[in-house]
Design a binder for this molecule. Structure first.
Ligand SMILES: NC(=O)c1ccc[n+]([C@@H]2O[C@H](COP(=O)([O-])OP(=O)(O)OC[C@H]3O[C@@H](n4cnc5c(N)ncnc54)[C@H](OP(=O)(O)O)[C@@H]3O)[C@@H](O)[C@H]2O)c1
Length: 326
């Protein structure tokens, strides 16, 4: 049996080329840990931000001069090959998926994780590639739409960036919740986003949503391409502008709108929620997949050795859905 694992390290913040393959001894799982042989892992915008050390105000958490955890990747899917003696949720041979969270190191051949983390058994009907991206777009958008905005059937929801990882999941999740969904995307993605379930698709290269008369209960700016100030007039009187991309203007808008009431600007870091909440969301997402109302969108699948290339593609800002390495 092999005794070393291969992972991708980030010694310094920088461009995709700072990623380097490294080998390390495979750790023994602790009493509450499982050792996973990874089949597929996600390459996300958040991974790119960790690698680049951006935004700068995140560095106190990531590491001031260099990454505190110097391995890349969070979302993964694989198979349990060893388990600590206290482990009760999983057994050797189980297919599992989830995320390494702030431990990082999911872009690797193996990883040891606590069984109490954001880990789930993988249904046989879900491929490792699809499972590896469940904790990016699907889990984040589920959290934003259901927990933060608390969307209701019949509400009007506008999703800015309907073709990205968060956006493709958001269109499907909001549609399944019975909302009336509009979404923005570029010309090449209009048909694709409408097939995901959007009733109205606004081509952002031709129309500006702020110039249209419609008003929405929720505007979900998945990319931070607008702002609360611009979106406000297009919200209903108690509407919510929710955005997963934290900036100083968004922070200011959140504080001000909380004091004034009415229309609100909101942000959260979905991945920092307690694991039991995230596991409950993943259970709901798996039920949606079973019911045929959610299907993760894969843009490109790269071999493990091509992580640098995968990061370059992810960083174009033009991926459609998700990127994985296998
Ligand atoms: N707060 C949290 O918990 C959390 C969690 C995960 C991710 N995030 C953040 O969420 C953000 C979105 O990530 P993502 O992976 O969904 O992005 P992404 O997949 O990289 O977004 C790319 C997509 O956006 C479209 N796009 C580009 N400019 C646009 C515009 N002006 N209007 C509408 N669509 C546009 C592109 O389509 P075209 O090429 O056709 O234009 C492409 O399909 C990232 O900043 C990430 O860090 C936050």
């Amino acid at each position: 049996m092999t005794t070393t694992l291969t992972a991708w390290s980030i010694k310094h913040y920088g461009a995709p080329e700072v990623l380097n393959p490294v080998t390390r001894p495979i750790p023994e799982p602790g009493p509450n840990q499982i050792l996973i042989r990874i089949h597929a892992s996600a390459v996300t915008r958040a991974d790119g931000m960790m690698r680049a050390g951006q935004p700068l105000f995140a560095r106190p958490f990531l590491g001031l001069r260099r990454p505190r955890q110097n391995l890349s990747g969070t979302g993964l899917s694989g198979e349990v090959i060893a388990a600590g003696h206290n482990v009760s949720r999983f057994a050797v041979g189980d297919a599992v998926f989830g995320e390494a969270g702030l431990k990082f190191g999911a872009n690797a051949s193996h990883i040891c994780l606590d069984e109490t983390g954001v880990l789930m058994k993988k249904p046989a009907t879900l491929s490792h590639e699809d499972a590896a991206v469940m904790c990016d777009g699907p889990l984040t958008s589920y959290h934003f739409l259901h927990e933060i905005a608390q969307i209701q059937p019949g509400q009007r929801i506008l999703i800015l960036g309907g073709s990205g990882s968060l956006g493709t999941a958001a269109v499907q999740i909001a549609t399944a919740a019975g909302a009336n969904v509009s979404a923005t995307c570029s010309t090449r993605n209009v048909r694709f986003v409408s097939e995901l379930g959007a009733e109205r698709v606004i081509d952002y290269t031709k129309e500006d949503f702020t110039a249209l008369p419609d008003r929405y209960n929720v505007i979900y700016d998945t990319l931070g391409v607008s702002s609360f100030a611009r979106a406000k007039a297009r919200l209903t009187d108690d509407g919510r502008y929710i955005c997963p991309v934290l900036t100083l203007p968004l922070l200011g808008a959140m504080l001000r709108s909380r004091m004034t009431g009415g229309r609100r600007a909101m942000f959260t870091a979905a991945g920092l929620q307690p694991p039991e909440i995230l596991r409950a969301h993943l259970t709901q997402l798996l039920a949606m997949m079973e019911a045929g109302t959610l299907s993760p969108v894969l843009d490109r699948v790269y071999p493990f050795a091509d992580l640098v290339e995968a990061h370059r593609h992810m960083e174009t800002g033009h991926k459609r859905g998700n990127v994985v390495i296998v």
